[in-house]
Design a protein around this ligand. Sequence first.
Ligand SMILES: [Fe+2]
Length: 397
Amino acid sequence: MNAQVVENQQNLSWYFWPVLPLYPYGKRKTLCREIIKDTLWVFDQLQGILYTVVPIRMSIIKLQEGGLLVYAPVAPTPECIHIIQELVAKYGEVKYIILPTSSGLEHKIFIGPFAKQFPQALVYVAPRQWSFPFNLPLSWLGFPAKRTLFLSVNNQNNPFGDEFKYAVLDINLGQGSFQEVALLHKPSQTLFLTDTIVSINEQPPEILQIDPYPLLFHARENAQQKIIDSADNRLCGWQRIALFAIYFRPSAVKIADFGEMWKDAKKAPDRSSQAYFGFFPFQWDENWQDTFTVLSSNGRPFVAPILQVLILPQAPSKVIEWADKIATWDFKQIISCHFDAPIQTTPQQFRQAFSFLEKDPQMIDHQPLLKEDLRFIQELEANLLKLGIATPTREKV
Ligand SMILES: [Fe+2]
């Protein structure tokens, strides 16, 4: 490895990856995109399991009074911090860091090490933080004790000034809470969300195209096919990854049994560790792309099934109240922490994404997800209920 390559690799280092061991583990590329000139930037990284890899995102907003606000930090690799320092040099210090979730471990783990890089910033967190299996104080989880503050649920004292509004969704799950802080940046008419809303583009995200191996891995029809890089394979791989990431077990795929998988792996052209030793147990139906078309529906915003089935039905009226409030705000785009961003949308379209919680939704211009694709997560919920891990859902509103 030459010196330049070594230096580049070190730039991507994320040493705490064993805390949450997700792909791409200890090396994380950051892609910074300027969404609004001199005002708004998103920082995309990747996370996933078994090459089911999706973007995870942080947003940075330049404050009118000078300085920066960071929503949902990602891994503070040297590369990532270097890009932020360039913004700091131009626009002023990082003043606020927001952890907008209480349950999203994939966002929470970065706060401590990220805040360390910006010792003058105040860290605002969603109000009811918890950890599992033990409820540890935030300082034990690496949060800076003297400058970590809880956001109030009812938005009494908005610490971020007139430029912003925020609303906290707060659902009691028994063991802990599901919370999400929706943040509106008024001047850019941008709504920032964490996990509640996603949108899936037909085309693979840019951050996934830097190292397209996961895309190409999933583009194959069987273990015997070679990995070939082409635009078609990248597209096919992305659409299958999106189906896996959203439904866990999409209706259009069959998983081979272990015996079959073993037999196929022995004939695979590449049995390296990168190719998972030739194991490829997926058999896609011929019409699998139709299920992706429904999932994507031209990028309309929707609620991921794990939240539709397991989490939000725990408190439908609270969710609807929260969504109703946000739908009165003036925004034209949503920046969410996963999948596609920015999502060009309207408050009405945002509100419609929650219509699955209503018995008789007023607005029905929203393409729902396919029932057969939701089945696996519904079965998962039934099993969690039997084990006493999940609690029964509440009546629709
Ligand atoms: Fe998340």
